[in-house]
Design a protein around this ligand. Structure first.
Ligand code: ADP
Length: 514
């Protein structure tokens, strides 16, 4: 049997460019798919950090604008980028992993420094619609045979950045082009890529797509909705989030669309990349450790306390955060419980950046409790490993959480997650209730309502467990033995791909309707 060819369309990949969990997924899932026989190529914008990490191979492939000879007249034209020459594709491999990629070059759109999505003042780039329309357009063209030597069976797009690929594919399919299976994954429904209606003309989107059952969203163009409406199958990154987004509370206004597509909506839990996040072999955490040899974890705690200016107390219960500092992550609740946490003898280390109000409130906590609370504003991969290895507890009191990765890393490193029971957090962490302790299933601390009272009660449960060292060890041992591997996720994705490629409905474990 020929390997299934998958074009994997995304905007970031670890270690070249990472602003969040999406990059970890783009690094972890493709090799796991390849290990099960798929032929996977990534398609990414050639942001400078990405281009710098890719070794080019073979000739470039121009990306014709819509309306060009051979393309349907109804589509486009998607104009040139107005900042430079028309885009082109360069094949290559990621140096670090050997992963095959297509890079989409459009110097005027991608060739600038800074954050790929935001300008210096934190606003979306003014040409962000064009940036990701071109990504979608290139994906659709590759999907319909732009490179005759490699025609994908499946186009798999990720988040709103890849959403328009599915609108373009739909149009190309209507006009008789080859039709690969179209799979769209939601990593975070809250970021939707919504633009004024008049971008349609610039993006070559025919009026026929601009209606309630299409990509129109309250009079605007919504890239995310294009992915939801024009794909053959939709996945998201945990079974619970797959259910939650079909309701008004977590549906971000798109729950109606998702309810209509419930039969093709699947929740597939993310995995942990063992190459990057394994406490026994992590080059950023030396000496390493495992569940039977925890001296390395104690050493990591001492190193962390020293590095960030916390008092060198091995017995102080060390809570941690490695996160975007936003309300999505529930971190606006944290400052109010810090005094209690410290009074009970705990310490807190926060690594992250985001909302200025949360950053300031946490800085005030540091000022009130020097040596007990530490804060590092910014993004620091090495410190993230040091924190997750050295802390006792990792906090994710999220308002919503599609999957969450840091609780999975915490489990692996024996750093018990303290989480709110939403999305992937509900699917991966089991509370230390007496009955769960008794049956050996407890792996962390779980609370339900998004308020300081419940968060504080969960913190008290962590202190209570610390006073029962044998129970703490048992929970830690169980947490460290849990495996959320990419192989399991990859086989679920392959099922979805095969059905999408042949357009047969699929019922797998974890569907939204389950
Ligand atoms: P998100 O919603 O931000 O994607 P995830 O939990 O899915 O949340 O993934 C976050 C990823 O980003 C994890 O790999 C985490 O370790 C990393 N991360 C978040 N904040 C920081 C930071 N300040 N420094 C280093 N890594 C970070």
């Amino acid at each position: 049997m020929n390997p299934l060819k998958v074009l994997y369309v995304c905007s970031e990949v670890y270690p070249l460019l990472k602003t969040g969990g999406l990059a970890d997924v783009s690094a972890g899932l493709p090799p796991a798919l390849a290990a099960q026989g798929a032929d996977v190529r990534l398609l990414l914008p050639a942001f400078p950090a990405v281009a710098a990490g890719v070794t080019p191979e073979g000739p470039v492939l121009p990306v014709p604008a819509g309306g060009a000879p051979g393309l349907p007249a109804g589509l486009g034209p998607l104009p040139g980028t107005s900042h430079g020459p028309d885009p082109w594709l360069q094949r290559g491999r990621i140096g670090a992993s050997g992963q095959p990629v297509w890079l989409l070059h459009a110097p005027g759109l991608y060739g600038r420094g800074g954050n790929p999505y935001l300008d210096g003042s934190g606003h979306p780039w003014p040409d962000s619609a064009e940036q990701f329309a071109w990504l979608g357009w290139a994906a659709a063209l590759l999907g319909t045979g732009l490179d005759p030597t490699w025609c994908p069976d499946v186009v798999h797009g990720h988040d709103w950045h890849a959403g328009l690929a599915f609108a373009y594919l739909h149009q190309l399919r209507l006009s008789g082009s080859r039709a690969p299976g179209a799979v769209f994954t939601i990593h975070n429904l809250a970021y939707q890529g919504v633009f004024p209606a008049n971008v349609r003309e610039r993006l070559g989107l025919p009026d026929a797509l601009f209606h309630m059952q299409g990509l129109e969203f309250h009079g605007q163009v919504c890239f995310m909705k294009a992915g939801l409406v024009y794909s053959d199958a939709i996945t998201t990154v945990s079974p619970t989030y797959a259910r939650e987004i079909t309701g008004p509370e977590q549906g971000c206004g798109l729950d109606g669309v998702l309810r209509q597509r419930q039969e093709v909506l699947h929740g597939i839990l993310n995995g942990v990349d063992e190459v990057v996040w394994n406490p026994a072999t992590d080059p950023l955490v030396q000496p390493g450790f495992d569940a039977d040899h925890l001296q390395g974890k104690a050493a990591a705690k001492a190193r962390l306390q020293k590095a960030v200016g916390l008092q060198p107390q091995p017995d102080a219960l060390l809570f941690s955060v490695v996160s975007r500092l936003t309300e999505q992550k529930g971190l606006h609740l944290l400052p109010a419980v810090v005094d209690e946490l410290v009074q009970r003898g705990g310490q807190l280390m926060v690594l992250g950046a985001g909302d200025a109000t949360i950053e300031q409130a946490l800085a005030d906590c540091v000022a009130r409790h020097p040596g007990r609370v530490a804060l590092r504003i910014g993004y620091d991969e090495a410190l993230a490993h040091g924190v997750i290895a050295g802390a006792d507890v990792i906090l994710l009191p999220s308002r919503f959480e599609p999957c969450g990765l840091t609780q999975l890393y915490g489990l692996r490193y024996g750093t018990l997650p303290l989480v709110r029971a939403v999305g992937g957090l509900a699917d991966t962490v089991t509370d230390c209730s007496l009955e769960n302790l008794d049956e050996g299933s407890a792996s962390g601390f779980v609370f339900h309502q998004l308020n300081g009272t419940e968060l504080s009660a969960a913190l008290r449960r962590a202190f209570a467990l610390q006073r029962r060292p044998a129970d703490w060890r048992a929970v830690q041992r169980h947490a460290m033995a849990l495996r959320f591997d990419w192989a399991r996720a990859a086989s679920a994705y392959l099922q979805v791909y095969r059905r999408a490629a042949t357009r047969t409905p699929l019922a797998i474990h974890g569907t939204a309707s389950a």
